[in-house]
Ligand binder design. Structure first.
Ligand SMILES: [Zn+2]
Length: 256
C-alpha cells in the first residue's frame, strides 16, 4: 500500500518536473495552468493528463491530432515514481527519505534541462545549495550519508572552487570554455549535501562515466575533444553512485 502511495506521489512530482523542464529554460516561470497540445493547441483534459497511465493509454498521441508526445515525459514520470519507491524502500518513513526525495526531484529536473539546453538554471542550483546547508542544523540528521555542519559548509566551498579552477585552467590552456559556472554551482550544492569528502569521489565517478560515454564517438571521430558536452548529468549520476556506494568507498580509502 505504502509503495503504491510513493509510486503515485513520485509520478505526480514527475509530471510537475516535466513542466519545470519545459518552462524553466524559457524563463516562462512555472505556472500550473492547463496543459495544451503543442501542435493543435487543444486543452488536454484531466483524464488525458494522468501521469504514466495516460501516456500508455493514448499510445504517445494527442487525442485530437496525431502529435507524438515526447518520450521524455513518460521517462521522467516513471523515473520519479521508481526513485521515490527505492528511497522509501531503503530509508523507510524518515527525514532522510524526505530529504532524498527533495534532492531527487531537483536532480531529475536539472539532469534533463542540462542535457537538452546545456544550462543549469540558478532557480534550481541556489535552492539546492540552501537546502543542503540548512538540513545540517537538523539535530537527528542521518550522519551515515549526510555530513555535519562544518563538513557541509567546507563541501559547498570546495565544490565551487574546484570547478572554478578547472574552468580557469581550461581557459588559460585551451583558450575556450570547457565547463560553465552552472556546473560549479551544482557541485557546490552537492558539496553542501554530502560534505567535502564526497567532492573528489564524485568528480572521479562523473569523469569516468562521462569518458566511457564519449569514448565511442571520439574513436569514430564524430566528436572531438573540443566538442562541448553537458557535465551536469554526469555529476548527478556520479552523486547517485556515491550515495549508493559512498560508505564502502570511504572504508576502502580510509580503511577505518
Ligand atoms: Zn494535438
Amino acid at each position: 500500500m505504502i509503495f503504491a502511495f510513493f509510486f503515485i506521489l513520485g509520478s505526480i512530482w514527475g509530471s510537475f518536473s516535466n513542466v519545470c523542464i519545459f518552462r524553466l529554460p524559457q524563463d516562462k516561470g512555472v505556472v500550473l495552468d492547463r496543459s495544451f497540445c503543442p501542435k493543435c493547441k487543444s486543452v488536454i483534459r484531466w483524464f488525458d493528463n494522468i501521469p504514466i497511465v495516460s501516456f500508455l493509454f493514448l499510445k504517445r498521441k494527442c487525442r485530437n491530432c496525431e502529435y507524438k508526445i515526447d518520450f521524455q515525459y513518460f521517462i521522467v514520470e516513471l523515473l520519479s515514481a521508481i526513485t521515490f519507491c527505492v528511497i522509501y524502500y531503503v530509508y523507510g518513513l524518515s527525514v532522510t527519505t524526505l530529504l532524498l526525495i527533495i534532492l531527487s526531484i531537483f536532480f531529475i529536473i536539472i539532469f534533463f534541462i542540462d542535457l537538452k539546453h546545456f544550462i543549469i538554471p540558478n532557480e534550481l542550483s541556489f535552492p539546492l545549495m540552501f537546502i543542503g546547508f540548512v538540513k545540517s542544523f537538523y539535530p537527528n540528521l542521518n550522519l551515515d550519508i549526510f555530513p555535519n555542519l562544518i563538513n557541509s559548509l567546507v563541501g559547498g566551498i570546495v565544490g565551487y572552487v574546484i570547478i572554478w579552477i578547472i574552468i580557469f585552467l581550461f581557459e588559460k590552456i585551451r583558450k575556450k570554455e570547457g565547463m560553465g559556472l552552472g556546473d560549479a554551482k551544482l557541485l557546490s550544492a552537492i558539496g553542501f549535501w554530502f560534505g567535502w569528502v564526497s567532492v573528489p569521489i564524485i568528480i572521479f565517478f562523473s569523469s569516468f562515466i562521462g569518458l566511457l560515454y564519449v569514448l565511442p564517438s571520439l574513436i569514430n571521430k564524430t566528436k572531438n575533444l573540443s566538442t562541448s558536452i553537458p557535465f551536469g548529468p554526469y555529476l548527478i549520476i556520479g552523486t547517485v553512485v556515491y550515495i549508493t556506494f559512498g560508505n564502502q568507498i570511504k572504508l576502502l580509502l580510509f580503511n577505518n
